[in-house]
Write a protein of this length. Structure first.
Length: 140
């Protein structure tokens, strides 16, 4: 009795070998994609405005989210996230709600659901003076 090629041990070994290679390539591509999204910033910069909201949100994954008004009427809203590992930034933002702040940020190409809703991640914060209330110095 002859065995068919599909049932021979060598054919099954070849199929397993191809499957494991494809699985390994898929894993390498996935790790490369996640690493690129996480470690390579799209842009970095500074924005100033009035901090209008900062809260911890989420059901399964709690993330810090905030909004900053960059205009007088609040028409320009800058939404951002803060990683939970940035404890000093979180503490400063909690204390500066309602004040004029300067935010250092990095923008990622995409975000992951466990990091936050926004592609903008705050890396530093400091209180700033509002340009609307500054007293102009007069020359003598």
């Amino acid at each position: 009795m002859e065995t068919s090629p599909a049932s021979s041990p060598t054919f099954l070994n070849k199929v397993k070998k191809i499957f494991y290679r494809l699985l390994f390539v898929f894993f390498i591509i996935l790790v490369g994609y996640v690493s690129f999204i996480y470690y390579v910033p799209f842009s970095t910069g500074v924005r100033t405005g009035e901090l209008i909201r900062f809260s911890k949100r989420g059901v399964l994954f709690k993330t810090w989210e905030g909004e900053m008004s960059q205009g007088i009427s609040g028409a320009q809203i800058f939404s951002f996230s803060v990683q939970t590992s940035e404890k000093d930034v979180v503490e400063k933002l909690e204390n500066l709600q309602g004040k004029y702040v300067k935010l250092n940020y990095l923008e990622r190409y995409r975000t992951f659901f466990w990091l936050g809703d926004s592609r903008f991640f705050i890396t530093g914060v400091e209180e700033d003076t509002t340009p609307y209330m500054r007293v102009k110095e007069t020359a003598p």
